[in-house]
Ligand binder design. Sequence first.
Ligand SMILES: *Cc1c(COP(=O)(O)O)cnc(C)c1O
Length: 511
Amino acid sequence: MTKPSTPPAAPHLPHEDFPPIAAEAIRLITTYLRDIESRPVLGPVHPGDLLNDLPRHPPSTGAADTPSRDLWSALYADLENLILPRMTHWQHPAFFGFFPANASYPAILGEILAAGLATPAFLWVTNPAATELEIRTVDWLAHALDLPPEWSISSGVGGGVIHTTASEATLTALVTARHRARARAMARPGWNPASWHPTLYTSSQAHSSVIKAAMVAGLAHDPDDRTHIRLIEVNDALALDPVALTSAITADLEAARTPIFIAATVGTTSSGAIDPLPEIARIARVHAPDAWVHIDASHHGVAAICPEFRPILTGLEECDSLCVNPHKWLLTNFDCDVFYVRDRRPLINAMSITPAYLRNAASDSGQVIDYRDWQIPLGRRFRALKLWCVFRHYGVEGLRCHIRTGVHLAQIIEQRIHDDPDFELVAPRSLNLVCFRLAPRPGESSPSADARNKRLAEAANASGKLYITPTILPGPPRFVLRIAIGGPATEERHIHDAWQTIRDLAHHAEG
Ligand SMILES: *Cc1c(COP(=O)(O)O)cnc(C)c1O
């Protein structure tokens, strides 16, 4: 064989150039976050604005013919001039839309370190430190949330894992539920796969990710397919009605169908309603012992680190899994959902597959956790680093201060709305979430009241001074505005300013 000729080397960034260029990125982030208030929460952006400013083709040579310093200062200038103005600024103190997506410097440092250490730690052996740091930090969070000891890897048969999102956690829970229920059904005499009809239950107020999980798992063809899904009615507090759940389960059992999964929500996205976990767990135990009870506490769940808010998780002991998102309200940059199970064995049974190339002595010994068996993808980021940085920096007490601040600020705005005759609260405040609307005028039709509220929401968001997301609450359907507080930069003055803006816009629009 002839000796292959050596191709030119890729123009890697030299080690010595990295620190100053990285320092520039850090400076940019710091200025961005420090001065974010001077930007509109969302400026006037039109579809295609950024696309039109970006070249159609990628650069051909990059650093091969431009000195790195020049190349990176041009790139940072583009970031500043083209990209930042087209962003929705979630870290803006007047961003009250959806739910918060907290960032913090400790978590940002954790992200930088994770990028720098660069390991897809899917098996223990592919980065023992990543696995064990994750076990410890999710156990810390379990302890802070006051979960029962069996929900921790170090003290029980359950434990936690960091997923990308609650959507991934809910899909994983559903697939585990189906696997466990099917295995039990297969073990019974007269098993007939053709007539096995699994069913799942969640409230009409549950997050769309539950139905999407069913779609991905092959249990729903489209969002309206009710072959396997039962959407349970809610009570006046917009929480799942246990009586309706019992009837739905009973009807399915009578029709020889198998309830496999119940998804309860602690903190619904629309109104922050909290489903009654103790009743749901009891119904499952009595009527549907093969059903897996999953708690979607994506946003509200982390508040349980404060003893006074821990009651939101009462009843969890008898459920099977829980997901909470530190990436929403616990100062940890997206993405970081923590998925807990009371018993990890059904999860691993449902998720484990071991081709020859994934076998190794540590895994075979059964003494290690291989997190690939706790999730859908194989590869995974070193996300534990950022949660670890957040815990080390804030401590549990510091995190509690953050949660309490969000709740306190929500109480302030709740009071302002309550005291204002032009507005009304439409659901009880749920921790840091307040739902309200312009009060209907005497004799006003509901479409007219809805239209006025819709115009107000649009005007508020177009003002650039704040950002809120509206929703529709059932029974009778009403268009309402919601304010979700909890950004680390939000202070009392931002709440007063936001309320003033909303009032001014309302009076302006009403003429
Ligand atoms: C935000 C939210 C979700 C979805 O969260 P992701 O982590 O983005 O998948 C699911 N359920 C509830 C109740 C939520 O608030």
